[in-house]
Design a protein around this ligand. Sequence first.
Ligand code: NAD
Length: 527
Amino acid sequence: MLKLNNTAYASALKNPVQYSKFGISQAIQRRLNHTLNFDMKLPNGHNYDQPTGLFINNEFVKPLSKSKPSIPVYNPYNESLICDIYEGGADDVEQAIDAAEKAFKTWKLTTPEERSKLLYKLADLIEQNVDLLASIETLDNGKALSSAKGDVGLMANYFRYGASMCDKLHGKIFQNNAKDGFGYTVREPVGVCGLISSFNFPLMFVSWKLVPALVTGNTCVFKPSEHSCLSTLYFANLIKEAGFPPGVVNFITGLGPVGATLTSSPKIKKISFTGSVGTAKKIMSSVGIKKVTLELGGKSPSIVTNKAKEDLDKVIDNICLGIFFNSGEVCCAGSRVYVQEDIYDELVEKLVKKAESLKVGDGFSDPYFGPLTNKMQLDKVKNYVDIATKEGAKLLTGGKQIGDKGYLFQPTIFGDCTNDMRVVKEEIFGPVLSLIKYKDVKDAVAMANDTEYGLAAGVFTSDLNEAIQISNELNAGTVWVNTYNNFHPSLPFGGHSSSGYGSEMSEEAFHCYTNVKAVKMNIKSVI
Ligand code: NAD
């Protein structure tokens, strides 16, 4: 088949059109025309082969069915067409699950040393490819290249942490009564894991799910988000290069139904899902009886007390990091900030100045943050700005799209907010911050906890007692004190309440991917 380079391909398709505007025959034609690879040239000079197929048994393949249209991938900075990826069908998901089931029979028997060696090798390969992996992610997702490089660095760290943990998974021993023998527990892999991810940190979430699955001896079928999967497909090459046996890790691209096929399959023994509460509810109605981890949305509060006054500049840096990092497309974004009354005016003045100084632009141009990832996100953010204004929140800065092509949006801050406003209660997933003034710390804690979510929270104070007491009171899976968005592989990350359950990272995550077995040994009395 003729292999077109991406420029020729894009012009052959007469440039960007929305997927929904395609006639089905045109869509099928697009699919038949495209190959398993695109020659790509990135704005920062990288040339590489972009895989577009499904990754099953360590090979990129086309879907079995010829009737499904392909999915066009657009650059969120300028809406130009990048390439098309394949959409897997139920039959492809089945094939991937079968490959993973077959691989499980031998992968579960590998020694910790064998798994560790492969994971170390993979971490090395990720590091050798940081620049390219990050650049692909910036092109596809829109995020600032510096953030993308940070994500890939964290990804490599986590694979390395996983490699170091393969021989540190322990059961427990129970002595009971010596006459009666003893008991012990072992942790066993569950089988084939179905891993489903959102669009905001594509590669990092690959590591958050693959590491605990592989360390503990499971195999997997991973479905990346349809809105951002090019870097994941490129990463699949590294799985093969590192030497993982065929079928241990499989990637199936596609829309929601690919995920639904995974979640409802009885051959899948564990689901780990990162995404919205709405999708999680659908999953829970069809998942049947299997282990589930849910990493969902949030509306994470930060509490700044009067005692943070002496370090206000650092507090402001952290507030900006909390809400503007990654365009605010962060599950734990610090999107509502409670500020004690004595420092409110000073904080607002400095924060607005800082927000207005942040560079927003093409991810390749070294901005603080790049465009939102897709048009749906842009429309959602615009809508919340309207809602907030109508509700009486005071627009302190921002509130507008930047330019008319692509999905750039200004850093936006609303003041004079109250806890009953939708802009304070609902997840926006964009660079929109709400500020709420308070008098008494107890009231701030009560307002912070008055939410359906419980993912993360921030506390800013120079008083250690205050920091500990507020942290104890907050309903959140993670509390950051005088810092924000600060992750480490050895610390668990996960939500309470509607933000989900189960953990990513740390030993806690390993427990989510294993079954515990208790063995009771009887002994015969001989003395
Ligand atoms: P989403 O729920 O729309 O999609 C997530 C994934 O689920 C995608 O891969 C999608 O194709 C798939 N999917 C869609 N329908 C499905 C179905 N019926 N069955 C199975 N899979 C299905 O979420 P999104 O818009 O990609 O991500 C944004 C959301 O994710 C936000 O709410 C954000 O807070 C949350 N998130 C949470 C965390 C966390 O760790 N807690 C991290 C990142 C994002």
